[in-house]
Write a new protein. Structure first.
Length: 87
């Protein structure tokens, strides 16, 4: 705990999580009921022993770490495009 000018105890500020940088827009800003799993922009990247998912829209910001990963269970964002199968 910190102390103010008058000696009174001041509680520490709660730790804030830094928002993930892997999403093109805020998750949940897209169509209701859709997730990153069904989005055209979700792209699998080889990571050696396992694969990682990233959003292709922000490819220019990708790192080789977890900071730009996305979760396939996340609600779709504003840039959501459904996967369409060609026949």
């Amino acid at each position: 705990m910190n102390v103010d000018l008058f000696g009174a105890a001041v509680p520490d500020a709660p730790a804030q999580r830094e928002p993930k940088k892997g999403y093109a827009a805020r998750p949940g800003s897209g169509p209701k009921g859709m997730t990153c799993r069904t989005c055209l922009h979700a792209q699998q990247q080889d990571g050696g022993t396992r694969n990682y998912w990233k959003c292709a829209i922000i490819r220019h910001r990708w790192t080789h770490g977890p900071g730009t990963d996305i979760r396939l269970k996340s609600p779709a964002c504003f840039y959501y495009q459904p996967i369409t199968k060609k026949i």
